[in-house]
Design a binder for this molecule. Sequence first.
Ligand code: NAP
Ligand code: LUD
Length: 281
Amino acid sequence: MSAQIIDGKAIAAEIRSELAKQVAELAAQGKTPGLDVILVGEDPASKVYVRNKERTSKEIGINSTVHRLPEETTREELLGLIEKLNNDPTVHGILVQLPLPGHLDEEEVINTISPEKDVDGFHPINAGKLLIGDDDAFVACTPAGVLELVKRTGVPIQGKNVVVVGRSNIVGKPAAVLFLREHATVTVCHSRTQDLPAECRRADILIAAVGRPEMIKKEWIKPGAIVIDVGINRVDGKLVGDVDYENVKEVAGYITPVPGGVGPMTIAMLLRATVQAAARS
Ligand code: NAP
Ligand code: LUD
């Protein structure tokens, strides 16, 4: 038996069309959602992602502005732009695409974004609110997308073993907290984990966010498990995930492809957060 493929691209499109209706309602009240994205430098992957964010925002009626700044942008220029957007009532969401060039301090930049406009959910106020269970928080878009994909399988999460491989602040850690909130039993693995295959084999829901091409093997998968592949790795000009997809899909119950899985959901969740921010304003 072969796994059911979770079509993130189609689910993201469905969510966007629901959001388009909400955007129209907000626009009728004079509250057209505004999303400003800041891209510093020329990272090729970042350019693709930002272009997708701009295009999908516009498609559903969000007022999207991309600020494309040169690599040599100074700290003062970047923080100045963020302050300006913080004070602009037509801007509901602010996102600074990561990674930033090395001379800019990501933590300082994120801390400068007003928490009420931090649609990425990266500001310590939002990360902290997620941790303590405050529902007002903006939740990091990639983990929010992962949860949405799992929910749409219809498989109950409560009581299940969720194993998250990776503990970054933008994916692994918030994913673990989100699934804990759904009453799963959560294990977080990382580069010092002693027996990663054994930990993975206990997973009813396995979330891979490592950044190592096809690292997660068929033998590590509990038959019937839900496998969510967050990884995006470029190998010989091709995109591959952290999961050995062709083999793992023979054992898993559900699996996300790369591309067409989590990536489009990250953007859909960003648009959802922007609509939320505008509705609250
Ligand atoms: P990251 O900050 O580099 O974190 C990687 C994590 O994996 C770290 O916690 C690291 O452990 C762990 N790790 C590394 N090698 C390992 C190994 N051999 N065994 C077990 N754990 C290991 O990466 P990230 O930002 O979370 O991103 C992870 C992947 O997701 C990347 O491929 C990225 O491109 C992709 N991504 C996709 C989306 C999307 O929308 N689809 C969004 C964000 C990221 P330590 O903490 O011990 O170092
Ligand atoms: N920084 C993100 N940096 C990187 N994939 C994304 C992403 C769309 N501040 C901030 O947007 O949320 C963020 N906020 N991130 N990411 C990764 C991360 C950030 C990654 C992939 C995609 C956003 C996406 O659309 C497509 C897919 O998987 O199907 C493929 C796109 C392609 O490269 O062809």
